[in-house]
Design a protein around this ligand. Structure first.
Ligand code: RM4
Ligand code: MN
Ligand code: MN
Length: 425
């Protein structure tokens, strides 16, 4: 299924008048504050968030999985699903592949499907947290950190293969999320595991094309429950620094212990020019994979506030943006539309923070006003602005309503059946 411009216009029609009224009112208020609305819209339009190939099917937990039907059974269908999202919100123009869940078979066909959907290829993700069916040696006790050199070599070779796949598609980054860790005290030599990981990453790093980045993700726990080799931003940063200029830290919002000050981590990494990528999701407890902005929208805004001021004031290169979630209750496409909207809203709110006034408040230790300035931006309803930026890009004024009115899921179920299954989580 593909969504046409006519269909988008058709669903926009009944909303145009009230949208224009809301947007004009907001734009007038923002301009009064000295904010250039045209520029805001351009920034919002340019902000594109990659969709991972594993987020398009129904997610599950180890207790069960309840498919909603019409899942994309092939990589091409996954790309087509992202094309649907992109047609609706004009904000997700790339896919992030996970290997081996989505090994391309016919490159020409995949590139063609991507071109038709106006989709490019973002970072490629390796996976050494699962054994492949044909794999003789196991990652059960670790991959890049394993004591056994032959297992480390297997994992290194896999990462190199992922780079080669990405090269054929036009990707420019490899994301390494290393699950390796231990579940019981005494199981690991922490020092040895870290050193082996560094050496393995060095081998992979050598293979990176000159215009590529390596994004090193961190996570405190799960699938192992006592220690994780790359447990936090500090460990990732240390490795990225030692590896070289092409290596960066990747922040996944779900990979922090409760109450961690993620915005401060963002600021620190940007100061050092080492924030390379971002995985968006939300969580209440851990790596819960919930819809972005569904639990802690203020935190998301504070993170974007650091990102926006970091773009202005640091030399940190533009990070790779991706949603990293799996959805076990909602329609994955609806969930992704909501996530993208939440990200764009937080970004827009951060863009209207009066940075000059905030600096002045900070300089004069005016704690009250510093809070006032941030919350003034956060509490401004910028939905009409985000909608207008999407509308001007040719998308739907309210993507989720258009999605339902166009009966996308029903059509996908008709096309693919109730039981089609997506590879992935
Ligand atoms: C991990 C991590 C990785 C993602 C997998 C599916 O928790 O966030 O980025 O590749 O999940
Ligand atoms: Mn992630
Ligand atoms: Mn995760």
């Amino acid at each position: 299924m593909r969504i046409t411009t006519d269909q988008i216009q058709f669903t926009n029609k009944p909303r145009e008048v009230s949208h224009a009224r809301e947007f004009n009112f907001l734009a007038e208020n923002l301009e009064k504050k000295g904010i250039n609305v045209e520029q805001l819209i351009q920034k919002l339009q340019a902000f594109q968030i990659a969709i991972p190939s594993w987020a398009l099917g129904t997610g599950g937990t180890r207790f069960g999985r309840f498919s909603g039907g019409g899942e994309p059974a092939t990589l091409i269908q996954k790309i087509q699903d992202i094309g649907i999202l992109h047609a609706l919100n004009r904000s997700s123009n790339s896919v992030s592949l996970h290997i081996p869940w989505d090994i391309p078979q016919d490159y020409d066909a995949i590139l063609q499907a991507a071109a038709e959907a106006e989709i490019g290829f973002d970072a490629v993700n390796s996976n050494t947290f699962q054994d492949r069916t044909d794999q003789s040696l196991s990652y059960k006790f670790g991959s890049l950190s394993n004591n056994d050199q032959t297992i480390r070599e297997l994992a290194i070779e896999h990462n190199k293969e992922v780079i080669r796949i990405g090269e054929k598609l036009g990707s420019k980054a490899l994301t390494v999320w290393l699950a390796d860790g231990s579940s019981f005290p005494g199981q690991h030599s922490f020092r040895k595991a870290l050193q082996s990981t560094y050496e393995s990453l060095q081998e992979i790093y050598k293979e990176l094309p000159s215009d590529w980045k390596m994004l090193v993700e961190y996570k405190p726990y799960e699938p192992y429950f006592y220690s994780t080799v790359i447990q936090d931003w500090g460990t990732s940063f240390l490795l990225a620094n030692k590896l070289g200029d092409k290596a960066f830290t990747l922040v996944d919002l779900g990979h922090h212990l409760p109450n961690t000050n993620i915005e401060q981590i963002v600021a620190t990494l940007m100061t050092e020019g080492k924030l390379g990528g971002f995985h968006f999701n939300d969580s209440k407890y851990g790596d819960d994979d919930l819809t972005v902005g569904s639990i802690k929208p203020y935190q998301l805004f504070l993170i974007f506030n650091e990102l926006v001021s970091g773009f202005e004031e640091t030399a940190n290169p533009s990070p790779a943006w991706m949603i990293d979630a799996s959805h076990n209750l909602k329609d994955p496409l609806e969930d992704l539309l909501q996530s993208v909207e939440a990200i764009k809203l937080a970004y827009a709110q951060a863009l209207i923070v009066d940075q000059i006034a905030l600096h002045a408040a900070q300089a004069s230790h005016d704690v009250t006003f510093a809070q006032e300035i941030l919350q003034d931006a956060f509490r401004t309803d910028l939905r009409p602005l985000v909608r207008e930026s999407i509308r001007q890009s040719g998308g739907a004024i309210t993507p989720i309503h258009s999605y339902r009115e166009l009966k996308v899921r029903e059509t996908l179920i008709k096309e693919r059946g109730k039981d089609s299954k997506a590879s992935g989580l």
